[in-house]
Write a protein that binds this ligand. Structure first.
Ligand SMILES: O=C(O)CCC(=O)C(=O)O
Length: 320
């Protein structure tokens, strides 16, 4: 049957707009049936699936509605406002990965914690700008523990996308709300997400949602096109309460010369494979660059017991 180029996600949102909010599941089922009858790849076109396979990433432009983005943004601000643990030690950095005995970090695997930007404090230990503009990220179990993020993270729409890129039984392992604050937004060094979510065979996929426009100016993502075909360079392991970064391969990391910036509009989703090297630069602009991420693995892959993040208490679920 001939392929269709109907942007199915538009149809999905059209259905959502005529049904009640809690009827999203029906919308997804109808979209799924219609797209299968039409012979399409549901949410992604054939070209987008090929791009994901060949280059390791794909961008779905402006697919999430502004009202949903506003809701997520407001909820993230609310979590920060409620969080009252202003210890300077709760700082997030990718400059070093020794988080041994760091209870705040280790507990965040199955709770919701805020982390400060590395440059949040001056030499006197005072916050350098308004408190809400000093938080680097919220992690790592928003998808299970916060009602607003829980609803969004399990949307059937995301299940349709996951199916298109070949994930048979998705399991959401982690969620993060990243602020990339104005002026002090920290660098995220080049890395591969399979380092943190090691499975046999490799299966982790990242869903990166632009809550705001991401530009060169405010620290957009960078990727190495096709870099997912290279080796996994490192593994991040937890043994007892000690974390370590274990080197597997000394292939050099990409640079801004060999990498490619991924500037996207708010509401876009960047989906990338676990071995794709990616990075984001510090944000020195006056605008934040907020994003929400989900890391998803395949249930049939063996999830390494050494990975720092384990589902001990929380359920391990996919999309609705
Ligand atoms: O948003 C960023 O700056 C980096 C996010 C990232 O590296 C990830 O989610 O794996």
């Amino acid at each position: 049957m001939a392929q269709t180029h109907i942007p199915i996600w538009k149809f999905y949102y059209y259905l959502n707009s005529i049904y009640e909010k809690n009827s999203r599941e029906y919308s997804a089922v109808i979209v799924s049936c219609v797209s299968r009858v039409l012979g399409s790849n549901n949410m992604l076109s054939n070209e987008q699936v090929s791009q994901y396979q060949d280059q390791g990433f794909v961008v779905l432009d402006e697919i999430i509605e502004q009202s949903t983005l506003d809701q997520l943004k407001a909820q993230a601000a609310h979590i920060v406002q409620q969080w009252r643990d202003d210890s300077r030690s709760h700082t997030f950095t990718t400059e070093h990965n020794n988080r041994s005995g760091d209870d705040h970090f280790l507990q965040s695997a199955e709770t919701i914690q805020c982390f400060f930007e590395e440059e949040a404090f001056n030499e006197e230990g005072e916050l350098v700008q308004e408190r809400a503009l000093c938080i680097n990220k919220i992690g790592h179990a928003l998808h299970e523990l916060d009602p607003v993020f829980e609803e969004f993270s399990h949307l059937p729409l995301l299940g349709e996308i996951a199916a298109d890129i070949g994930i048979k039984q998705p399991q959401i392992r982690q969620s993060m709300y990243i602020f990339k604050q104005p002026r002090i937004g920290g660098v995220v060094n080049w890395h591969q997400d399979a380092t943190f979510f090691y499975t046999r065979p490799q299966s982790v996929v990242t869903f990166w949602f632009a809550i705001e426009d991401a530009t060169l100016e405010n620290g957009c993502l960078w990727v190495e096109r096709g870099g997912h075909k290279g080796p996994l360079r490192e593994r991040f392991n937890l043994d007892d309460r000690t974390t370590s970064m274990v080197s597997l391969d000394d292939t050099p990391w990409p640079t801004e010369q060999s990498g490619q910036p991924v500037e996207v509009k708010a509401g876009s989703i960047v989906i990338f494979q676990g071995r794709l090297p990616h990075y984001s630069a510090p944000n020195r602009s006056d605008k934040s660059r907020q994003a929400f991420t989900l890391h998803v693995t395949e249930a049939s892959s063996e999830y390494a017991s050494e990975n720092w993040l384990q589902a001990n208490e929380l359920p391990l679920r996919g999309f609705n």
